[in-house]
Design a protein around this ligand. Structure first.
Ligand SMILES: Cc1cc2nc3c(=O)[nH]c(=O)nc-3n(C[C@H](O)[C@H](O)[C@H](O)COP(=O)(O)OP(=O)(O)OC[C@H]3O[C@@H](n4cnc5c(N)ncnc54)[C@H](O)[C@@H]3O)c2cc1C
Length: 437
């Protein structure tokens, strides 16, 4: 047994700088052993070729290297978290465990189980807000309830915001507190030891330049321009701090950009306060919709062969890279749920499988928004016209040409359904379902 230590458990916060839990761990006075767990509960159901796992593997390796440069190391475990902690308890004298909060239902349950195991050994489990700017109940209604409409939530969010909420945690000021042991280097499992294959995964660098932030409102909707921040993957895995993002947005007063960070907080809050949204429509009336759920049409949507080039370009970009531009995500999601009348949960699951930035709260919130059934969703009669959207947001067809090179030739499929007919059918179906209430 060594002397007592504190543990910092990395999860969605794969960085050393400005990290809330790591900061408090390093200030605890105990030597801090950083750990990461490849959680087999999460990994086992994934396909063996998964870009996210490749990205995590590279990022964790990088984190380990940075810690080694500081004279410490990262202990990487593989297994079910509770069992990993039982193993840790045998090898270390643990005084405290620190981590950053994760608001997904699985994570909440996992943390409760770990906490229980630790409590039996009189070990405190501390968790901190780090992933979002505000968590519930920091932004709530005057009646003390969670907001379910975005605009008043945003107004309150902005009212409550002050520098306390976005100041950086000076983590590295306490770097001397990292656990050190001469001659110890922990092993790092390879991807194949984790049961995954190496595949290419290109992660775009985040862009928070003044130019991008100031022109965000005018340029953000054009998929051919690289005019969004590419932050989503980094925010998802915590390779950048959300507080840093807020500081940059405020520095140049980019309210349009800050608005998107507020949407992210909003959906995270909705998931934490209404976890039933994982499987159910936020608005129960929408459970009455008679989805057509045609499997062949779903397949064509997934493969980018609907005959609507903007939808197809997006779906092909997603399959090839794990990304899709926000405007195109909205059009593709509206097309699936309204034009094809396929249950939003099918589309949500497909995105969840492929998106590099997949995040349960944002994906679920946006899919429910597109289908009309979410809190503060687009009204059901708002049906994007995919042809008009392409004319407006890809006027030169640059984005479409990149992903659908055969567009305009005989090789390109005819539209899977005629727009005016599909629109009318969707309106009738939604109206019928909602008139029951
Ligand atoms: C059907 C659908 C599914 C989506 N699924 C996800 C998902 O799984 N994970 C995810 O991070 N985003 C999701 N989004 C939101 C959005 O499309 C992406 O965050 C954005 O395209 C990522 O690119 P960016 O970082 O360059 O965004 P920017 O436009 O530069 O925005 C900056 C940041 O704000 C946040 N943000 C922007 N738009 C939204 C939004 N509508 N909802 C919540 N947060 C937002 C993201 O963290 C983003 O990184 C989804 C949108 C739709 C319509």
């Amino acid at each position: 047994m060594t002397d007592s230590i504190a543990i910092h458990w990395f999860r969605r916060d794969l960085r050393l700088e400005d990290n809330a839990s790591l900061y408090y761990a390093l200030k605890s006075g105990y030597p801090v052993l950083p750990i990461f767990i490849y959680d087999t509960n999460i990994l086992d159901p994934l396909p063996r070729e998964d870009r996210r796992v490749v990205f995590i593997h590279q990022t964790v390796a990088n984190l380990k290297k940075q810690l080694q440069q500081l004279g410490s190391d990262l202990l990487v475990l593989v297994g079910k978290p509770v069992e990993c902690y039982q193993q840790l308890l045998q090898n270390f004298q643990i005084a405290q465990v620190y981590t950053n909060k994760d608001y997904e239902p699985y994570a909440i349950e996992r943390d409760l189980q770990v906490k229980e195991v630790l409590q039996k050994h009189n070990i405190c489990f501390f968790s901190y807000k780090d992933h979002v700017v505000f968590e519930h109940p920091e932004v709530e209604t005057v009646e003390g309830k969670p907001y379910t409409v975005y605009t008043p939530y945003k107004n309150r969010w902005l009212q409550v915001l002050n520098s306390f909420y976005y100041k950086a945690y000076p983590t590295l000021k306490y770097r001397s507190q990292f656990w050190k042991q001469e001659g110890t280097a922990f092993k790092y499992p390879s991807l194949s030891e984790l049961g995954f294959k190496e595949i290419s995964c290109e992660v775009r660098a985040p862009n928070l330049s003044k130019d991008l932030l100031l022109n965000y409102a005018e340029r953000r909707d054009y998929p051919a321009l690289n005019s969004t921040s590419n932050l989503s993957v980094h925010l998802r895995f915590g390779t950048i701090s959300v507080r840093e993002v807020v500081r940059q947005a405020l520095r140049v007063e980019s309210h349009a950009f800050l608005n998107e960070i507020i949407w992210r907080d909003f959906f995270s809050m909705i998931l934490s306060q209404f976890p039933r949204v994982v499987t159910e429509a936020f608005k129960p009336a929408y459970e009455k919709i008679s989805w057509r759920n045609n499997e062949n049409e779903f397949q064509r949507w997934c493969e980018g062969r609907t005959g609507y080039p903007l939808v197809d370009a997006g779906m092909r970009e997603l399959a090839a890279t794990g990304y899709m531009h926000n405007r195109v995500r909205m059009v593709a999601a509206s097309f699936l749920t309204k034009h094809l009348l396929i249950d939003w949960r099918w589309g949500e699951a497909h995105f969840a499988q492929l998106l590099m930035d997949y995040d349960l709260a944002s994906n679920n919130g946006n899919w429910q928004w597109a289908a009309g059934c979410g809190c503060d969703a687009a009204p059901y009669f708002r049906i994007f016209n995919p042809v008009e959207q392409a004319k407006k947001f890809d006027p030169d067809g640059e984005y479409i040409k990149k992903w659908v090179p055969e567009y305009g030739t005989l090789k390109y499929p005819l539209p899977i359904v005629e727009h005016a007919f599909a629109r009318k059918r969707a309106l009738e179906t939604f109206k019928k379902a909602l008139s029951f209430n």
